[in-house]
Ligand binder design. Structure first.
Ligand SMILES: *Cc1c(COP(=O)(O)O)cnc(C)c1O
Length: 383
């Protein structure tokens, strides 16, 4: 399979054997240079500028959210979302152990602790069953507070993440969260352009966040966004990401603890040019995913396709091996052959700073962490 895979990938990217094939590299083929030049000529390169506003408008259009707030990266978008919900020292936030470290880090920045629950095997994202089970069987209810019996801490929110761009069961999670009156912050960092039915990921929860880091579907060097339909949150997030400065022609007045989290205009210019190309990127990525699906149809490995009623952006195409040793052999041979492949993240519950955190059995998370591999998924850079 491995030799066949290598020539399949090289063929798709029309590359010869000496080219390195990355997992996902940015492609700048639109108005990037033009918009960047605009910002420099206007001198508005920092956190005030027309492109930041334009980027927020584009994000609203794309996601259908009423408010969008541009941030310096996805991690700060998560942090400010948690902060705006009043999550702080001694609280607990439910999330998945199968995620990028930023998800747990943002929780920790507020002083809260992550509570790691299991994912579904098919979607690779937070499992509604594991959340229901934990809230029903491992928590006490006191004055409308949900207390984790094991830690005595209050559970304040849920952060599901749409793994590798494949949407998870967010509608079910939303129902559960509503029943328990817990807000959802959707970590949609990886799922720009992914939908559940006709609704964009990131718009199901109270708040949703996106990332525009260098390896994401669309990049602006570094950048992020929070989207919400709630006017109070929309306005307050803008305020506290811009140092909570009260508008005045010359006075410095700040009415609460603020953050310097606003995306610079320079990055926003890049983001605007990239977003204009999103549809084309998504088409090409879907086309490649279709070819991978065919390729793996009669193989031992299982391509992780989108689940029913969802539309993936196929950010990182993923295959599941039958066991860890077959996976490791594949990782070794492909990387030696300069075709980049990568296992899923180490489970966050195994990292030194999160080892003490409470989790459920994480049965599916462990199963997947041993078997998943990301394969080249970027847009072709050679044409
Ligand atoms: C990329 C990513 C982030 C954070 O984004 P940055 O822009 O790199 O800070 C958060 N969560 C997940 C799941 C991500 O993949």
């Amino acid at each position: 399979m491995i030799k066949e895979f290598l020539s399949f990938v090289r063929d798709h990217y029309s590359s010869d054997e000496n080219d390195f094939i990355p997992l996902h590299a940015p492609v700048f083929r639109g108005n990037e240079i033009k918009y960047l030049t605009d910002t420099i000529e206007s001198t508005f390169v920092s956190s005030v500028g027309a492109y930041v506003d334009k980027f927020e408008e584009q994000m609203k259009l794309l996601t259908g959210a009423k408010y969008a707030v541009a941030t310096v990266n996805g991690t700060s978008a998560l942090h400010i979302s948690l902060h705006s919900l009043g999550i702080s020292l001694g609280d607990e936030v439910i999330t998945q152990a199968l995620s990028f470290v930023a998800t747990a880090n943002a929780i920790k920045y507020t002083g809260a602790e992550p509570l790691f629950l299991d994912v579904d095997r098919d979607s690779m994202s937070l499992s509604p069953e594991s959340v229901t089970d934990y809230l029903k069987n491992h928590c006490d209810y006191n004055n409308g507070h949900i207390i984790n019996r094991k830690s005595g801490r209050r559970i304040k929110a849920i952060i599901p993440m749409h793994t590798f761009g494949n949407p998870g069961r967010i509608e079910e999670l939303k129902e559960i969260a509503d029943d328990f009156q817990l807000p959802i912050i959707e970590d949609a960092a990886e799922s720009l352009g992914s939908f559940v039915k006709e609704q964009h990921t990131g718009t199901f929860g109270k708040l949703g966040i996106f990332s525009f880091n260098g390896n994401k579907t669309v990049t602006c060097g570094g950048g992020g966004a929070v989207v919400t339909d709630d006017e109070n949150f929309g306005k307050r997030l803008k305020h506290i990401t811009t140092t909570a400065k009260v508008s005045h022609a010359w006075e410095y007045a700040h009415d609460e603890l603020g953050f310097n989290y606003r995306m610079p205009n320079l990055n926003a210019a890049l983001a605007c040019a990239q977003l204009e190309q999103l549809e084309g990127f998504l088409l090409e990525k879907r086309n490649l995913a279709g070819k991978y699906i065919q390729f793996f149809e009669n193989k031992d490995e299982n391509f992780k396709n989108e689940i029913a009623n969802t539309r993936s952006n196929y950010w990182l195409n993923t295959i599941e091996f039958q066991n860890r040793s077959a996976r490791d052999q594949f990782l070794k041979e492909t990387n030696v052959a300069k075709v980049m492949t990568r296992p899923a993240w180490n489970l966050l519950s195994n990292l030194p700073m999160y080892q003490h955190c409470i989790s459920d059995s994480l049965e599916n998370s462990k199963y997947l962490a041993d078997r998943l591999v990301n394969i080249p998924s970027g847009v072709r850079w050679k044409n």
